[in-house]
Design a protein around this ligand. Structure first.
Ligand SMILES: NC(=O)c1ccc[n+]([C@@H]2O[C@H](COP(=O)([O-])OP(=O)(O)OC[C@H]3O[C@@H](n4cnc5c(N)ncnc54)[C@H](OP(=O)(O)O)[C@@H]3O)[C@@H](O)[C@H]2O)c1
Length: 252
């Protein structure tokens, strides 16, 4: 049995994970406890020392103390929190010297497939094709563009041998009349209602438009991916992993 703790257990993703453990993982995963806001660092470290893996879907400010507590307590960390700043990224990297860590902005298999498809499309369509990523999320989502949109943008940039900073043309406000530079990537974001997460990538080539879209219809897809990652990471040596490492390990 994998002994698991949750960070962000009272949130939307935390609830989805607790439900899924009962429905699909009751024979392989047991939930030992959860980290709540304002809990003392020593209590978090104590919890980390009692479990195999901490699964986190919380907020960027939680990442540095949580990574340190996992490293000190000796449990692996699987985190899906997005909008993590440079300090948080560095804290994850430092902790990955001592424990296995997997940070992924989107735990659905479908988005991993989309990343492959759009990289292929970008190569085939050539470096001058105009690309737009549109993402839609529920009204409470805090970060923008979504971590998934940035992940897809990085996949596109890598495919065309450049960086996201160079490839992306950030919002052109106030409105400018000069045409966009060829081959650039733009993002747009919509927030409203209860949308779980939609990502649409449009490639605007001369006289044709290619569109690839992914719609997350239930948070269970993210919860399932995170729990599968928790089971997979338990036996790994300390390192910073991605979901692609787990999929490659399974021949996908
Ligand atoms: N990687 C993926 O596949 C994926 C999928 C969906 C969402 N996400 C990301 O996961 C994160 C959570 O999403 P959500 O929709 O579940 O959000 P949510 O419903 O707002 O839940 C956030 C949870 O984190 C807790 N929290 C917030 N700040 C904290 C802090 N400083 N210390 C401890 N706990 C804190 C909240 O506690 P309170 O109840 O006390 O506020 C709540 O339990 C976001 O970054 C989101 O973008 C990732």
């Amino acid at each position: 049995m994998l002994r698991l703790a949750l960070s962000g257990g009272s949130g939307r993703m935390g609830k989805a994970i607790q439900d899924l453990i009962k429905e699909e993982f009751s024979e392989t995963i047991v939930l030992i406890g959860s980290v709540e806001r304002l809990v003392q660092a020593t209590e978090v470290t104590a919890l980390c020392s009692q479990v195999d893996v901490m699964v986190d879907f919380s907020a960027p400010s939680q990442i540095s103390p949580l990574a340190a507590a996992c490293a000190e307590g000796g449990c692996a960390l699987v985190t899906g929190t997005t909008g993590i700043d440079t300090e948080g990224q560095q804290a994850l990297l430092a902790a990955s010297q001592k424990i296995p860590i997997l940070h992924e902005p989107n735990f659905s298999l479908g988005i991993q497939i989309v990343a492959h498809l759009i990289a292929q499309a970008a190569i085939l369509l050539g470096e001058t094709v105009d690309i737009e990523i549109l993402e839609k999320h529920h009204r409470y989502k805090a970060d923008a563009p979504s971590g998934t949109a940035l992940f897809l943008g990085e996949a596109l940039a890598r495919a065309t041998n450049t960086s996201l900073q160079e490839k992306a043309e950030w919002p052109r406000l106030p409105y400018r009349e000069d045409p966009r530079a060829p081959g650039t990537l733009r993002f747009s974001c919509q927030r409203g209602g209860t949308v779980v997460g939609t990502h649409r990538i449009d490639f605007f080539a001369p006289d044709e438009v290619l569109t690839i879209e992914h719609q997350a219809q239930d948070r269970r897809i993210f919860a399932r991916g995170a729990l599968q990652a928790a089971l997979w990471i338990r036996a790994r040596p300390p390192k910073a992993y991605k979901l692609a490492d787990m999929l490659a390990d399974r021949g996908l």
